[in-house]
Design a protein around this ligand. Structure first.
Ligand code: AMP
Length: 490
């Protein structure tokens, strides 16, 4: 079976000058990646942490992030990527829940914690650079990375992915998509989202260049399209939301990105309109709609988006029904089996047992996604619970409600997704305060959003706050979410 680190080592040895990683202002060769991650591994091994003790890596797209990830796994530790847009309270929760032995940073961070904190750049100075023996590396069933995702209990959940899970995923990617040909892979998703794994490892294992775009560029259209134009991207991986945003610029087309021949989308519904527009603007490119949750290592199924498919259906399928890894159970829930099913949630055996039952000797993951079959394909039809996707981000409505309800001035709260043409465009919070509004609603909202931003990343904070004397109830005495949702339909 594929060994991820061994494959990267081969590239580093045979073609050390090849560019492994690039941003608009920094780059790293395979030789440097291998050598610097040796230094990081050496530093980590000298700390004598418990075998497999998680290491949190905090920062944003930069060469040293990748160096820290590989350094951790060479030293036998799973890494936990935390993007620098994460508020410190949430980072603190992740540090505690993961029982991390070290917090590595590639960006300035001001917080008090009793866990050792070290800048990755400082690790490079103080260490020798011999590659740890491959027996020290993360092994087959050991954990390679842990990604924290929104949790309905109010605490983020740490999804543990083993070296074998990852190897199977990368092998599957290589077998089904045109990834072998030389070229640049775009890295749009921050490393705390598992979509980034879809470009990171296939690129590095194949000896390709990963071109990462930063949040700062994404927030500045001119910088973004300049970057995309010079990136020479051949393989594009992003959420459909990101592509939709790019489509707003009329000049985003094959002329701007002549090398682009493969689109890989995952993480949310790929709208037909987006597919149609992409087909027109990028006539040389093939579009793939991939499906899967973080809990089964990025993606497990796909369909190629052809003209025929787009004309035939009202929405795109996510798999042919012959796909062995996805199936429907009686109530219509999609369940996933196979070698990429995660080892479960870190430190949460009950949650794990519930979501990952063993059925007829096979460990499966119950996705919470609902589906139906039609004409030989499997379609996604929504969620069983209160998990939603907003602009590509996975959110548990209940986690947001718990954090808002924990704010001292708030007595209770519900959060309602706002739909426009079947797509969630924002969130609205309905709040009951402990004391009547003293200031204007505008001022109170500003103050509450400020408090909330200490606990939740910006994308989880509802856009509008509405104040009520009491939350409306349905005849069963539960909060009338449906009634509120009707009011929110645009
Ligand atoms: P994440 O763990 O962030 O990758 O989110 C996984 C969830 O995103 C899945 O359980 C689905 O609800 C949704 N999802 C992923 N891919 C697709 C797709 N191609 N079409 C529709 N929903 C998707």
């Amino acid at each position: 079976m594929l060994r991820i680190l061994a494959a990267i080592e081969r590239v580093a040895t045979q073609q050390p000058q090849r560019t492994a990683y690039q941003t608009h202002n920094a780059s790293l060769t395979y030789g440097e990646l291998w050598h610097l991650s040796d230094c990081v591994a050496d530093y980590m091994m000298k700390l004598n942490l418990r075998r497999q003790q998680p290491i949190v890596v905090y920062g944003h797209m930069s060469p040293l992030q990748i160096v820290a990830f590989l350094g951790a796994v060479k030293a036998g530790h799973p890494y936990v990527p935390v993007d620098s847009s994460t508020p410190t309270e949430r980072l603190q929760l992740i540090l505690e829940a993961s029982k991390a032995g070290l917090l590595c940073t590639t960006e300035p961070l001001y917080m008090l914690t009793n866990i050792p904190v070290m800048a990755v750049s400082d690790m490079l100075e103080s260490s020798s650079s011999e590659t740890p023996p491959s027996t020290a590396w993360v092994q087959n069933e050991e954990i390679h990375y842990i990604i924290y995702t929104s949790g309905s209990t109010g605490q983020p959940k740490g999804v543990q992915i083993t070296a074998n899970n990852l190897a199977h995923f990368v092998t599957w990617m290589q077998e089904h998509f045109p990834l072998q040909k030389d070229g640049v892979f775009l890295n749009q998703a921050p490393y705390s989202f598992d979509l980034s794994v879809m470009d990171l490892y296939p690129a590095l294992v194949g000896g390709h260049t990963l071109y990462a775009i930063t949040q700062q560029e994404i927030a500045n259209p001119k910088a973004l399209f300049d970057s995309l134009a010079t990136s020479n991207t051949r393989v594009w991986t992003s959420t459909p939301s990101f592509a939709k945003m790019c489509l707003m610029n009329k000049e985003w087309n094959q002329e701007l990105m002549p090398a682009l021949d493969t689109f890989l989308f995952c993480g949310e519904v790929l709208p037909l309109a987006v597919s149609n527009e992409l087909m027109q603007r990028f006539p040389q490119a093939t579009i793939f709609n991939l499906y899967g949750p973080t809990e089964t290592t990025v993606a497990v199924s796909y369909v190629e988006v052809t003209k025929e498919l787009v004309e035939r259906f009202e929405q795109l399928p996510i798999a042919p029904i012959t796909d062995p890894s996805v199936s429907l159970v009686e109530d219509g829930e999609i369940v996933i089996s196979g070698p990429t099913v995660s080892a479960g949630y870190l430190g949460a055996p009950e949650l794990t047992a519930k979501a990952f039952p063993t059925v007829a000797g096979n460990r499966i993951y119950q996705t919470g996604d609902m589906g139906y079959e039609q004409d030989g394909y499997l379609f996604f039809s929504g969620r069983k619970d209160f998990q939603v996707k907003l602009h590509g981000y996975r959110l548990e409505i209940e986690e947001i409600e718990k954090q808002i309800s924990n704010l001292p001035p708030v007595s209770s709260c519900v959060v309602i997704p706002v739909y426009k043409e079947k797509e969630i465009i924002s969130l609205s919070a309905y709040l009951v305060l402990r004391e009547p509004l003293k200031d204007s609603a505008f001022k109170t909202t500003k103050q509450l959003k400020g408090l909330l931003s200490e606990y939740l990343p910006a994308y989880m904070i509802p856009k509008t706050f509405k104040y009520m004397d009491a939350l409306p109830l349905n005849p069963n005495g539960k909060v009338d979410r449906k009634g509120l949702a009707v009011m929110e339909t645009v």
